[in-house]
Design a protein around this ligand. Structure first.
Ligand code: FAD
Length: 392
């Protein structure tokens, strides 16, 4: 009969994968399991936090994906039986599959940072999943009095979108500069170096002198606990009181990956980099932020490229062919002020069992302002293109 492929998670990875599966083989029965009727995108959500952009610009429906022949099931997957090849949905119904792709994104580890649980995330929003959390942080910043400190706590790697905490710091500083000029941004970081560090530090100096301070891991910046009642953040070397705190806790693959048995003791999912097949469970593929993808950063462009490559691998394997070695490319833009952005791009291929960067480019630190403006336009174009390709 017709082969059935189920995709769990309708974000950048899963939605791209479901569409690509239908495009590659119109006979496949493809289901996309996603509880939300609208998807809220994280890229550009830092702009929403500071009022440069409104939430509707981040939101997309699944109508076009359904029109492309994908069966969209508006449910969360609750259980997976890899031996029987069945999924139990939140409403109790079950679904049989021949092949299964997991793209559940991340979950926040509410057990990793003492004091930071789900209740604390209302007072100290991570805003690392876009939506309500984004608006909570925006309201807190809008309500803050001039002279306050906005603290951003950054976890150790791996995390979703490694440069985004620093982009957030810049955009918050941009907002404060005109509305609350005596205020400051303090980054408490569990890392020493970070993605595109030279570019960020040059932008801080040029655009926000004296407004952004960063305390790195070796300077004692690692957050060890928080007290939401007093808005206190405790690090290796000291205590800080925040008027607004965005605490980004450590992360792991979305919970369903763990339920499926596809996550290892790091919380992430080991895969074969050619087919995206789980190394732990048969007939399950894992893509996007949830998988361990070597040097590929956890980003929307990566999730989308992985979704397409995984679809091609599944179609090949189902017709008895060996999947081709993927060559994935991705770009990551950082907007640090209106009309001022820089970027990182890379090409990745499997090497010794893991994805390695085979080509890469970063914006020049000494580039003139016209280049930053062009990159800001490039960032907008990138977002329009990837969301149109995925959801439009
Ligand atoms: P997601 O896009 O998060 O999708 C996961 C989906 O799975 C969700 O819709 C969820 O509802 C669903 N799901 C989870 N569990 C279940 C279940 N049990 N059953 C059914 N469905 C389930 N990336 C870039 O490339 N460029 C950027 O500029 C950029 N900026 C960012 C800024 C911020 C502030 C943040 C936080 C991230 C940013 N990212 C950016 C990263 C990007 O958002 C992620 O890498 C990307 O969304 C990963 O795609 P994914 O498919 O793995 O997960």
């Amino acid at each position: 009969g017709t082969a059935r492929v189920a995709v769990i998670g309708g974000g950048f990875g899963g939605a791209s994968c479901a569409r690509a599966l239908r495009q590659l083989d119109a006979k496949l029965q493809v289901s996309l399991i996603e509880p939300n009727q609208t998807f809220t995108a994280c890229p550009f959500s830092n702009e929403v936090i500071v009022g440069m952009r409104e939430m509707p610009a981040q939101q997309f429906t699944y109508h076009k994906i359904a029109a492309a022949g994908v069966t969209v099931i508006p449910q969360a997957a609750a259980e997976i039986d890899p031996q029987a090849r069945t999924i139990v949905l939140a409403d109790g119904n079950s679904l049989a599959y021949d092949g299964l792709v997991l793209s559940p994104g991340i979950d926040l580890r509410f057990d990793a940072l003492p004091g930071y649980d789900e209740a604390a995330s209302i007072k100290m929003p991570h805003a690392w999943k876009a939506g309500e959390q984004t608006m909570l942080l925006r309201k807190q910043i809008e309500g803050m009095e001039d002279g306050g400190t906005v603290v951003i706590a950054v976890p150790a790697a791996p995390l979703r979108c490694p440069p985004a905490p620093y982009e957030r710091a810049c955009l918050i500083a941009h907002y404060l500069k005109t509305r609350k000029p005596r205020s400051k941004v303090l980054i408490l970081d569990a890392k020493d170096g970070f993605s595109q560090q030279k570019l960020f530090e040059a932008a801080w100096k040029e655009l926000y002198p004296g407004m952004i301070e960063r305390i790195s891991l070796s300077q004692g910046g690692r957050v060890t606990s928080v007290d939401p009642a007093t808005s206190t953040i405790i690090t290796d070397f000291g205590n800080y009181t925040a008027q607004v705190a965005s605490v980004i806790p450590p992360q792991k693959a979305g919970r369903i990956a763990e339920i499926a048995g596809a996550a290892d003791n790091t919380g992430w999912c080991p895969i074969d980099p050619v087919s995206f097949a789980s190394k732990l469970v048969p007939n399950i593929h894992v893509i996007g932020d949830a998988c361990i993808a070597g040097q590929i950063p956890k980003a929307a462009s990566a999730a989308s490229a992985q979704g397409k490559a995984c679809a091609a691998a599944i179609v090949a394997m189902m017709s008895g062919r060996t999947p081709q070695t993927p060559r994935l490319s991705g770009a990551c833009y950082n907007t640090v002020a209106p009309g001022y952005a820089f970027s990182l791009s890379g090409v990745y291929q499997p090497k010794e069992g893991q994805f390695a960067e085979v080509e890469g480019a970063t914006s020049r630190v000494d580039a003139p302002r016209e280049v930053r403006q062009r990159e800001a336009d490039g960032a907008e174009k990138w977002f329009k293109a990837i969301t149109e390709e995925t959801f439009g």
